[in-house]
Design a binder for this molecule. Structure first.
Ligand code: FA5
Ligand code: MG
Length: 469
């Protein structure tokens, strides 16, 4: 029953992205603002904070092969089907994913490349760093393009089956893996074997246990490396360090679900008074490895967000800064030196403007509940809606975010729903959003903010048939 969704203005019959041309169709929703930023490749720009963070993580996995050049336009098969995403998995929804056409999209995670990299199987372990794309909220921690880093390690099953020495060695390694500087709450937490099975059909209990433990100890080690660097940078800038030398770094494992791993976990780290989700991981789904043509391999994989870690390492307060070409930003980072805290340049004044409107009466309303989208957890976060074409435009909160980004770009710091009201008699729904305009590079005049805001209001009317209040 979902209807025609916002196409981002892509009304042409084809799209040209990175030198390739793709036919568009009724699934196309990738806007020019995204296409224009394709191929900035921030994660490999020398001295860029995302590149520095990537290299620091790579250094935690010696001997791994590092893939940093895999192109961001992938097939639906690569991004979803080959990873075991169900046909009705919400991550596939057009409200959450940028489609180029029904078969082609901007990858929503680096996992899109797992099958091809396992197929090539040139080494036991690898990382993949790349730009990923998700339709999402507008605020200081969300940007429609961000960067992920994937890591995976596999063994041949025969190593487990026929080699007592190998097993013994692995067990001993794991036992000795106790870093004195961390405190892991519940290093091997219980999980639900029904929803997060041990893959008994493929893995013996000891194999599953060893792979899971090896995964967790390696990632704990990586987290220690990263957070110690963050702490050193804090101390060097004269700020109060977060970790005391003798205090352990606190972490915990939380059960998670991914179609491409089982069992799965998320690692959270206690940082400045809060639990911070750092990554998702798990034992690789064996059917995925079978599809990749390496049925005798088994192992673990993880995926993390580079911005999240870079913001924490360098103290970068707004995710838009990573895209800045301003020398006052770029000149602060030097990959040949220890990490230093970012020194914010002057903050320009904010210009908040509200927009309130009635949604059109006809058609179901696909809108997220106010102010909850910022925690949208996975490529899966969102509404499971199977798009079929009809004449009624449907409104999803991410469509508004897209109108704002398409019109005002990086001049908007935040968009928050401040009122959501359904008229008791007519049943009509009214929404009010506060759009906070603030450039990172200059003071916006009242007139500039007004002009952008008026454009956004008119777009909402023409795209979705809303009635402005
Ligand atoms: C995934 O994308 C899985 N493919 C990760 C994975 C890989 C699991 C391999 C198992 C094996 P998720 O959507 O949670 O999961 O994203 C992974 C990480 O990316 C998060 O832990 C977070 O660090 C980061 N991340 C996710 N969404 C955002 C966002 N909007 N902005 C910044 N970072 C984000
Ligand atoms: Mg997650």
């Amino acid at each position: 029953i979902v209807s025609r969704q916002y196409s981002g203005g892509a009304s042409q019959s084809s799209l040209t992205i990175g030198g390739n041309t793709y036919p568009s169709d009724s699934w196309t929703n990738a806007p020019q603002s995204i296409i224009a930023q394709y191929d900035r490749r921030l994660h490999v720009q020398p001295n860029h904070p995302l590149s520095i963070t990537r290299r620091l993580i790579e250094s935690c996995f010696p001997g791994f092969q590092h893939h940093n050049d895999l192109p961001g336009v992938v097939s639906v098969d690569q991004n979803f089907d080959s990873l075991g995403f169900a046909a009705d998995h919400p991550g596939r929804a057009r409200s959450d994913t940028y489609y180029i056409n029904k078969d082609t999209l901007f990858r929503t995670h680096t996992t899109a490349h797992e099958v091809e990299v396992f197929r090539a199987n040139t080494s036991n372990g690898y990382t993949i760093a790349a730009d990923v794309y998700r339709r999402d909220a507008v605020d200081r921690t969300h940007y429609p393009i961000f960067h992920q880093m994937e890591g995976a390690l596999t063994w041949d099953k025969s190593q487990f089956e026929s080699n007592d020495h190998f097993l013994h060695q692995l067990q001993t390694d794991l036992k000795n893996f106790k870093s004195p500087s961390i405190e892991v709450q519940d290093p091997n937490p219980p999980f639900h074997k029904e929803s997060n099975p041990l893959q008994e059909k493929y893995h013996s209990a000891i194999e599953a246990e060893l792979i899971g433990a090896h995964l967790k100890r390696n990632l704990e080690n990586m987290a220690v490396t990263l957070f110690r660097e963050a702490d050193k940078a804090l101390k060097a800038s004269g700020q109060e360090a977060v970790l005391e030398d003798k205090d352990p770094l606190k972490m915990r494992w939380v059960e998670a679900f991914f179609p491409h791993t089982s069992p799965s976990w998320e690692l959270e780290v206690w940082w400045r008074g809060d639990w911070l989700e750092v990554l998702g991981c798990g034992v690789i789904d064996q059917p995925l490895l079978i599809r990749a043509g390496v049925p005798t391999r088994m192992g673990w994989a993880f995926g993390l967000g580079l911005e999240r870690l870079a913001m924490l390492l360098f103290g970068i307060p707004d995710i838009r800064l990573f895209w800045s070409k301003d020398a006052r930003f770029l000149n602060q980072f030097d990959e040949s030196k220890p990490i230093r805290r970012f020194q914010p340049f002057s903050k320009y004044p904010a210009a908040p403007r509200d927009v309130a409107f009635w949604l059109p009466k006809a058609g179901p309303v696909v809108a997220e509940t106010p102010a909850t989208t910022s925690s949208s957890p996975s490529p899966a976060g969102g509404n499971a809606t199977e798009p079929t074409l009809s004449e009624t435009p449907t409104f999803h909160e991410n469509d508004l975010m897209e109108v704002v980004r398409g019109t005002a770009g990086d001049s908007v710091e935040d968009v928050t729903c401040i009122d959501n009201f359904t008229h008791p008699k007519t049943g009509r729904q009214s929404l009010c959003y506060r759009v906070t305009y603030r450039s990172l590079e200059k003071t916006l005049t009242n007139e500039e903010a007004n002009t952008m805001h008026e454009q956004i209001r008119q777009e909402l009317v023409s795209r979705f048939g809303v009635e402005l209040r």
